[in-house]
Ligand binder design. Structure first.
Ligand code: GLU
Length: 280
């Protein structure tokens, strides 16, 4: 009985692509890592379409993503897309607002640059211009996390990454990130944290480029009383010049390779080997 209780429960992982461009090799690796970690532990691998990028979101790409994943030989369970969960995001945002943990910000990017914002881990660190201003109803407002107040409320926090080990939450490299966009009652940070909790994800797998974001997500879990998963940030694939493979640098889309008749399962095996060589 005691042994059974100590056994870790089978992991629930997910792949959460945004349909604002085709999937490329880096996405394939993320999906394969999440899939394999779930399957090798007897767990579940989920697909969630993160389609709240407004005009950048192209719903027709979601079908292409499903075809790509099947072509790679992956099996998944699909959970509701983000666009179906807007009411949940709005409710959480309202909770944070009522507790004074987020504040409205009407700054444009150029105003933030002009205010001398310094670069952080995810773009510029917001210099706090709107922090004590109150809501200006004449201008559209985003809502930012009051990171100092949030951490004063939660006290010290930590999170566990399978590869990087225990991380003490530190928001200084990110600052007061946007949790509610001007056009939507959520941002990536709020939506993904709520969704991972709602979907029962216990092991958040994604590329190391999103490592810093996990400090924000862990903070939100503490503020909103959500379950705390483990994380697995895998190394990114790079091209011959050592640059991260990204769609904007013209790395071939999976759909192109699929339609050209390439064997997807073979490609998945090659990516697994390359990933093993990266040691992550
Ligand atoms: N939707 C995000 C993206 O496509 C990934 C979110 C995540 O894995 O946390 O970049």
């Amino acid at each position: 009985m005691a042994a059974a209780m100590n056994r870790p429960s089978p992991p629930v992982t997910r792949f959460a692509p945004s349909p604002n461009g085709p999937l490329h090799l880096g996405h394939a690796l993320s999906a394969i890592v999440a899939h394999d970690l779930a399957k090798s532990g007897g767990g579940r691998f989920l697909l969630r379409i993160e389609d709240i990028d407004g005009p950048r979101s192209r719903p027709e790409l979601a079908d292409e993503f499903r075809r790509d994943l099947a072509w790679l030989g992956l099996e998944w369970e699909e959970v509701p897309a983000q666009s179906t969960r807007i009411a949940t995001y709005a409710a959480a945002a309202e909770t944070l607002r009522a507790r004074g943990l987020i504040y409205p910000c009407t700054c444009t990017r150029s105003e933030i640059e002009a205010a001398g914002a310094r670069p952080g881990l995810e773009g510029l660190i917001y210099p706090g211009t709107c922090k004590h201003r109150g809501l200006d109803l004449a201008r559209p407002a985003a809502w930012r996390l009051d990171s100092a107040r949030a951490l004063a409320e939660t006290g010290p926090l930590a999170w566990e990454d399978d590869l990087a080990g225990t991380q003490a939450v530190d928001l200084s490299g990110l600052g007061d990130v946007v949790l509610v966009r001007k056009d939507l009652p959520a941002s990536y940070h709020l939506a993904v944290t709520l969704d991972d909790a709602a979907d029962g994800v216990t092991l958040v797998t994604r590329g190391a480029d999103l490592f810093a974001a996990s400090h924000v997500h862990r903070t939100l879990q503490a503020l909103l009383g959500l379950p705390v998963p483990r994380w697995h940030h895998h190394a990114l694939l790079t091209d011959e010049t050592g640059q991260k493979l990204a769609k904007r640098r013209g790395s071939p889309a999976l759909a192109e390779r699929r339609l050209a008749g390439e064997d997807g399962r073979m490609l998945a095996e090659q990516l697994r080997l390359r990933h093993l060589r990266l040691g992550t």
